[in-house]
Design a binder for this molecule. Structure first.
Ligand SMILES: Cc1ncc(C[n+]2csc(CCOP(=O)(O)OP(=O)(O)O)c2C)c(N)n1
Ligand SMILES: [Mg+2]
Length: 624
């Protein structure tokens, strides 16, 4: 057997740089490089291996959480056909990745994490940053990655990677199983040499299959559809990852069925398609929510039915509603007692369309859906056209970015009041335009994720929409975007705190307590009932400037439009800073979200809100 003597770390990099994927005959490298922050737990292991493999590009990050967001966003932009590796030291460097690693798994996005780990040799324990246990020497902080990883392994001997790496690849490239893969690499073992079989380092191409569903189930699904009077499609992220948007359009045009979209599925149809009724669920449109409410058949395609999509199980009120779920993942396909079509969205829709023959929904139903689409479009325009003073409203700012921004651009967001507003108001012009991380809705994804998007598709403008809270939490990778020459246009919407949670708190009877960025008064943080507040002397525009970004400060809607134009001509990361109103919000449209309220309280508004809650919760359904 031919062998090559390498350290474990060198062997991992030698393996990773030769992994390819192929779908529909198109082949590409799976790993576009490696992000990392070096510490003693990886600098001489994976760090040294990267040093001697300059072809496998190493990128610095400023925060381990951020770099995993960047990798996940990159993978999302690439429809999961390519991703980035993330290396860290041991201890805090490693655990800093956990938040974003959970986000990647929840969003079903492949990321490969290579955290350093404590010495396998043990004789020098406890090493710096080691969590000790009295009960076992086989425990480290990296065990915290287990529940959030789709595959987790600790490499205690250099030869273990020979079997671990193919497993890691199988999971990363599986449309059904993908998510975070963690290979925990003890610091000493990273540097140990072994005579690896040379074949381990040959080119390997992983075929991404388009699995087809069971034939009998397709026949049955076609029967269910023919029996339905008001079928309604819910398009999830799976439609986009599978590149099924074209076949979905054909499906809709042939059958006349309307389509609502989840956060991950928005953009499955172009916003102006007459049968696209936009966002569905808690942050849904009046059009989609009315159709969902009365539908007797829901066809969920590539959706995991989060509580936002189902409006906490209140969205579907037809007593006879049934579900057909098209999903690569058996787990999701079975949700809501559905008829499961376990398969790739594109392949399954093709087969289902063939099985349906010349089926078409009732003409009245289709006409009603088209009218709802038009009605909703007018509502979006109404909100875009509001000019709020003295501070602008978020709705008009979203409208401005949508109207004036580059139509081929990508818009990215994750947490705060923006996602709900965007889900309703954003007009998606292409399937990759609406990039929302809403599986984990993780504050801090925005800028780091924007970087991953820009790296994945440098030709497109990337608009990062971020609140002041998320910005304060994680904006340091502005530095990386400048270092690597990936321009982002960051729109920083400052409303002095947590507008979203403030509004939620008020709606739950709690007056926005703890959600404003203000000085305490009488040893208490003022809420929204305070007549006057002292705001904090924070200058986020100056902060962005200090990180190297170009900053355009705006006060009015007109300034904002000009700033968007100016930003397009700048080749460096640009922050457009604007303050907006904490209290002017986009309304909800005939929907609900379950956030439980205290059953007993000394505060009248809470008691009242609880009474309303008890009414609303009655609408929650089981689908049995
Ligand atoms: C990491 C993380 N911590 C906490 C939350 C809960 N949370 C959701 S939105 C929000 C406030 C976001 O503030 P900001 O970015 O200013 O947006 P705004 O609500 O003002 O629109 C918080 C704390 C979260 N989603 N993610
Ligand atoms: Mg805010």
């Amino acid at each position: 057997m031919n062998t090559k003597r390498l350290t474990m770390a060198q062997a991992i990099i030698a393996f990773l740089k030769n992994q390819y994927v192929e779908r529909d005959g198109t082949e590409q490298l799976f790993f576009a490089g490696c992000f990392g922050i070096f510490g003693h737990g990886n600098v001489a292991g994976i760090g040294q291996a990267l040093q001697q493999n300059p072809g496998f590009r190493y990128y610095q990050s400023r925060n381990e959480q951020a770099m995993v967001h960047t990798a996940a966003a990159y993978a999302k932009m690439k429809n999961r056909l390519q991703t980035l590796v993330c290396t860290t030291s041991i201890g805090p460097g490693a655990t800093n990745m956990i938040t974003a690693a959970a986000g990647a798994t929840i969003n079903r996005l492949p990321v490969l994490l290579l955290p350093g780990d404590i010495f396998a040799r043990r004789n020098v324990a406890p090493v710096l940053q080691q969590l000790e246990s009295e009960h076992s020497q086989d425990v480290s902080v990296n065990d915290c990655f287990k529940p959030i990883s789709r595959y987790w392994d600790r490499i205690n001997r250099p030869d273990q990677i020979i079997t671990a790496l193919p497993e890691a690849m199988r999971v990363l490239t599986s449309p059904a199983d993908t998510g975070t893969v963690t290979l925990s690499l003890p610091q000493d073992v990273q540097t140990e040499a072994f005579d690896y079989p040379s074949n381990l380092f040959g080119k390997r191409v992983w075929h991404i299959a388009r699995n087809r569903p069971d034939k009998t189930s397709i026949t049955k699904a076609a029967e269910w559809i023919r029996e339905a009077k008001q079928p309604f499609i819910i398009a999830g992220g799976g439609v986009i990852y599978s590149e099924a948007t074209e076949i979905l359009r054909e499906f809709v045009e042939q059958t006349g069925m309307p389509v609502g979209e989840t956060m991950a599925g928005k953009g499955s149809l172009k916003y102006d398609h007459p049968l696209c009724v936009g966002a569905v669920g808690a942050t849904g449109t009046s059009a989609a929510n009315r159709l969902a409410k009365d539908a007797d058949l829901i066809i969920g395609i590539g959706t995991r039915y989060s509580d936002f999509t189902t409006a906490s199980k209140t969205a579907f009120q037809n007593p006879d509603v049934r579900f057909i779920n098209v999903n690569v993942t058996e787990f999701d396909a079975y949700k809501h007692n559905a008829l499961p079509l376990i398969g790739d969205a594109q392949a399954t829709l093709k087969e289902l369309l063939t099985a349906l023959g010349d089926y078409d929904v009732d003409v009245e139903y289709e006409t009603a859906a088209r009218a709802l689409h038009d009605e909703w479009d007018n509502e979006v325009q109404r909100i875009y056209d509001i000019r709020n003073e003295p501070l602008v409203s978020q709705g008009e700012l979203i409208g401005a970015v949508n109207d004036v921004g580059d139509p081929d651009a990508v818009m990215v967001c994750a947490a705060g009041s923006l996602p709900g507003d965007l889900h309703k108001l954003w007009r998606s012009r292409h399937p990759k335009q609406y990039h929302l991380e809403y599986g984990y809705s993780c504050m801090g994804y925005e800028i780091a994720g924007g970087l991953g998007i820009k790296m994945a598709d440098p030709e497109r403008e990337v608009y990062v929409l971020v609140g002041d809270g998320s910005y304060l939490m994680l904006s340091a990778d502005i530095v990386t975007s400048i270092q690597e020459g990936y321009k982002l246009t960051i729109i920083l919407m400052d409303n002095n705190g947590y507008k979203s949670i403030g509004a939620l708190s008020r709606s739950l009877g709690s007056q926005g307590f703890g959600t404003r960025y203000v000085f305490p008064e009488n040893n208490h943080l003022p809420d929204d009932t305070a007549e006057s507040v002292k705001t904090l002397p924070v200058d986020l525009a100056a902060n962005a400037r200090s990180l190297g970004a170009r900053v355009i400060q705006c006060e009015t809607y007109k300034d904002f439009l000009e700033a968007l134009e100016t930003a397009r001509g700048i080749d460096r990361t640009t922050v457009i800073y604007i303050q907006n109103d904490r209290y002017v919000g986009v309304p909800g449209y005939e929907s609900w979200w379950d956030v439980p309220i205290a059953e007993v309280s000394e505060i009248d508004s809470v008691i009242k809100a609880r009474a309303d809650y008890e009414q609303a919760v009655q609408k929650e359904r089981y689908f049995l």
